[in-house]
Design a protein around this ligand. Structure first.
Ligand code: TXA
Ligand code: MG
Length: 359
């Protein structure tokens, strides 16, 4: 299959490109499109056969449900029912934006979308291209991240094309995404509301708006036994580079004096064993690994610890870069689980296959 690529201006997308892409969707095809978080791989949510093709194209396990994307709050009733008052409050303040709500699904949403579950995940993305595509398609769009299953989510059209060329009909290319990490997912059908996946919307913002605590299960932090995680789609190995990886965590990140030596020790040992090693670090610690260069150990900074937006934004593209540059072992510094640090740590732990060392 030939994969068509439409280059579009994110601020002022060409309506003709959007129309063509929407036509592809209406004919049952798959189109990857940008959102403010990561690129999604879309099919019309009501088209079972098209939705099934998403799983095929990604190599995605069938028990991992998809997020349904809408363009207006009044479209919500085409997707979900019994929406709690509290959920409307969140939508009012945070949509369009990187918050996905898990709600009771309406009959019309096929079980292919929800992997057999009675609940559906819904969000309204804050990206002109995504919103115009949904409007033009005339129906909600089911879309997981547009990567091959298990790979880091795509933050640029190049990532999508690298993973899915020849497997999907088209890609709308609007350059790099803003957040570079997926949406925050909250189940609002349960008491108290429960975080299923930390993402681009900080938990702190959510709790502030709700005026109460959101439950954070261990699996949402990327901890606990992956096999027993209760949320669907959370059991699968995720976001992983081809390289083997370990995360080194500290008790308290205001003092990095034990973290750095622990990272250095693992990196050196692996390098001695012959591995091409890369340390995934932060601006604050980068210089502490400079001398390891002589031993063939590289270091890559995700950004300053003080700015978790930047750290989260760089995470997936750095994981892809590690593979491109041919490193086969990554030692990642842990991060404080505050702001977008919570999402970043969830992704790092999963990328490492839950291999965690405590400094
Ligand atoms: O930012 C995002 O969320 C991106 C963009 C494209 O919108 N989408 C995304 O989808 O990252 P992805 O690949 O993470 O897949 C959707 C995830 C599933 O793995 C699952 O964890 C959760 O959403 N999910 C979907 N439906 C669910 C449901 N009914 N109950 C619980 N979790 C659900
Ligand atoms: Mg994904």
């Amino acid at each position: 299959m030939e994969t068509k690529v439409w280059q579009v201006d994110p601020a002022n997308p060409d309506p003709n490109a959007i129309r063509e892409a929407a036509q592809v969707l209406k004919r049952g095809g798959l189109v990857a499109f940008p959102t403010e978080t990561v690129y999604g791989l879309g099919a019309l949510a009501y088209e079972r056969a098209a939705v099934r093709r998403i799983f095929e194209a990604k190599g995605r396990p069938l028990d991992n449900p998809l997020i349904v994307h809408i363009a207006r709050v009044d479209q919500l009733e085409e997707v979900a029912r019994q929406v709690p008052e509290e959920a409307y409050r969140l939508m009012d303040k945070l949509w369009p934006g990187p918050l996905t709500l898990v709600l009771w699904k309406v009959e019309r949403i096929p079980l292919e979308v929800t992997a057999g579950l009675p609940k559906v995940a819904v969000r309204m993305p804050a990206h002109k291209v995504a919103l115009m595509l949904i409007e033009e398609a005339g129906a909600p769009i089911a879309a997981p991240s547009a990567n091959r299953s298990g790979k880091p989510s795509p933050t640029s059209a190049e990532h999508v094309i690298g993973d899915l060329r020849g497997r999907v009909e088209g890609v709308l290319d609007a350059g790099e995404t803003l957040y570079g990490v997926e949406s925050t997912i909250v189940d609002v059908t349960v008491e108290p509301p429960t975080l299923l996946r930390p993402g681009a919307l900080p938990l702190e913002v959510l709790e502030e708006l709700l005026g109460r605590e959101v439950q954070v299960p261990l699996f949402a932090r990327g901890l606990g036994e992956a096999e027993t995680a209760v949320a669907p789609g959370m059991r699968h190995r995720h976001y992983a580079p081809d390289a083997e990886m370990v995360v080194v965590e500290a008790e308290d990140y205001s003092d990095l004096s034990r973290l750095v030596p622990a990272v250095r020790a693992i990196a050196k040992q692996k390098a001695q064993e012959g591995a091409r090693v890369c340390v995934l670090c932060t601006d604050e610690t980068r210089s502490a690994y400079e001398d390891l260069r002589e031993q063939g150990i590289a270091s890559m900074s995700l950004g300053p610890r003080s700015d978790t937006f930047i750290i989260a934004r760089n995470l997936f593209k750095s994981l892809r870069l590690v593979d491109e540059m041919g490193y086969c072992f990554v030692v990642a510094e842990g991060l404080e689980e505050r702001g977008l640090g919570l999402a970043a740590m969830n992704r790092l732990r999963k990328a490492a296959g839950y291999k965690i060392v405590r400094a």
